[in-house]
Design a protein around this ligand. Structure first.
Ligand code: DX5
Ligand code: ZN
Length: 215
């Protein structure tokens, strides 16, 4: 089965955001991956609600919103109302994950949990049966264009086993450092969704880059 590709807009040319989004909208990419950063949970500030709202107007494809913010419970309703389809919060960012997942599900959206490279996979156990997606970070969150951390592959195998052992339907999304050299390995070890930013936006031909990841 082909993986889904979720295109990280963080690496796009924001001076031409409308054109960039239109290219992705017409491509075989499955989702738009929107990286919201607050400068607190991660050492970088990206964009927030106005940009999510704008991109919602530029595509009908699902918006896969990755919140890298502290206290996500304060903002989740707003991201629901902006037209997100999948909302992912970090396990490290809150003590109210159950409440957040419930709120997302009450609005019939998909709920995801993102996990940083240093956080044990076993921490996901208590949530694995109720979430729709686990976003396994392949880099420390904060910036596009970082090198893939190789130990992510072992973590991916562990996560896949955890999902199988609990009979969970959660999709595994790998985020950060995905490119043409590692996507096959990620796919064969259980990745269902590949997030890619730089690999797509630094290429000369977005369609070819996206189609390569879907091979
Ligand atoms: C990292 C973000 C990623 C990143 C992916 O903090 O969550 O989504 O933008 O970009 P690349 O594919 O360039 O690593
Ligand atoms: Zn992301």
């Amino acid at each position: 089965m082909s993986v889904k590709v979720s295109t990280s807009i963080l690496a796009a040319d924001f001076a031409n955001l409308s054109l960039e989004c239109s290219k992705i909208d017409k491509s075989n990419a499955d989702w738009f991956h929107l990286d919201v950063m607050d400068g607190l949970f991660v050492p970088n500030i990206s964009f927030g609600m106005p940009v999510v709202k704008t991109i919602r107007q530029l595509t009908k494809k699902p918006l896969d919103v990755h919140l890298m913010i502290v206290e996500p419970e304060k903002y989740v309703t707003e991201f629901i109302n902006l037209g997100s389809n999948i909302i992912t919060v970090h396990i490290e960012a809150t003590n109210n994950l159950n409440q957040i997942i419930n709120k997302i599900h009450e609005s019939s959206l998909k709920a995801g949990i993102a996990i940083n490279p240093e956080t044990p996979i076993s921490d996901l156990k208590e949530y694995i049966e109720k979430v729709d997606l686990i976003c396994l970070m392949g880099v420390n969150p904060g910036f596009a264009g970082q090198k893939f951390i190789e130990s992510t592959t072992d973590r991916l195998k562990e996560l896949k086993q955890l999902i199988i052992s609990y009979g969970s339907n959660a999709l595994i999304e790998v985020d950060g450092g995905v490119n043409k050299d590692n996507f096959q390995n990620l796919k064969s070890n259980g990745a269902d969704v590949l997030v890619a930013g730089s690999y797509i936006f630094n290429s000369n031909d977005y369609d070819t880059a996206i189609n390569t990841l879907k091979l």
